[in-house]
Design a protein around this ligand. Structure first.
Ligand SMILES: Nc1ncnc2c1ncn2[C@@H]1O[C@H](COP(=O)(O)OP(=O)(O)OP(=O)(O)O)[C@@H](O)[C@H]1O
Length: 243
């Protein structure tokens, strides 16, 4: 079953196109890695898929429905945005943070605990989020995204800013959610090595699409890898030329 189909999607801000003519799809059980240098439009693409940005052209179909015509599929998406540092003194507890993810009905305590157990954080439920390490905070934010029992999980650069050992634990969690919980996952990442290990499909974007297919096809293709590293280098220099 097709979970997501992105068909010739473009979005422009006042300054020009952030994404142009993007197409790719995800089947049930896929773990799709979206790779692209800084500023390549990954967050813009996710915001279109989440119904946050509506002025795109092209068609986004999720669980078989055009999201312009029905908002219902959006309720089955769990989303973990790009991580922002949480103030150490931020007063909310882990359990309170996860309860914020509940879209419908009363905050069901059982669902919160189940989501926290999934990410191995149930023991910390009464602790303040600000006291936790970056990797633990990230797991709590995933629990928040899982609390509605989504069929699709979208993560925007989930492992950025956490140490290598924690990243590896985090990647095992992704694999477990994908394989055991049968969750379809779309994850953007700068970490090519992690994408190579985890994802079965890759979509590589640099404003427009430059590859979409099986992971091994991308990583076995020297030309594509070279093109990707050149594009990242340019994006990097472009970013730094403004400072
Ligand atoms: N609100 C906005 N108004 C105007 N331009 C924007 C806006 N948001 C993003 N852009 C531009 O659109 C392009 C794509 O940005 P986007 O955040 O989607 O990329 P990204 O791949 O997620 O980048 P990063 O990896 O750095 O987060 C960039 O050139 C950015 O400057």
């Amino acid at each position: 079953m097709q979970i997501v189909n992105i068909d010739r999607v473009s979005y422009r801000y006042d300054g020009g196109y952030a994404i142009q003519d993007i197409s790719f799809s995800a089947e049930e059980g896929d773990l799709v890695g979206i790779i692209g240098p800084n500023g390549s439009g990954k967050t813009t693409l996710f915001n279109c898929m989440l119904g946050i940005l509506t002025g795109y052209s092209g068609t986004i179909t999720i669980f078989g429905q055009d999201i312009r015509k029905s908002k219902a599929p959006l309720k089955q998406i769990g989303y973990v945005p790009q991580k922002h540092a949480i103030e150490p003194g931020f007063p909310a507890t882990v359990e309170e943070i996860v309860s914020l993810g509940i879209m419908r009905g009363k905050p069901a305590r059982e669902r919160i605990i189940t989501a926290l157990e999934t990410v191995d954080m149930a023991r910390e439920k009464d602790r303040r989020i600000g006291e936790l390490s970056g990797g633990q905070q990230q797991r709590v934010l995933i629990a928040k995204a899982l609390v509605n029992d989504p069929a699709l999980l979208i993560l925007d650069e989930p492992a950025t800013g956490i140490d290598i050992e924690t990243q590896n634990r985090f990647y095992s969690l992704m694999t477990r959610l994908n394989k055991e919980n049968k969750l379809t996952i779309i994850m953007s990442s700068h970490d090519l090595d992690a994408v190579n290990r985890l994802a079965n499909r890759v979509a590589c974007i640099n404003r427009s699409m430059f590859f979409h297919g099986d992971t091994h096809e991308f990583f076995e293709n020297e030309d594509l890898l070279k093109k990707y590293s050149e594009a990242s280098m340019q994006a990097h220099m472009h970013l730094h030329s403004h400072h």
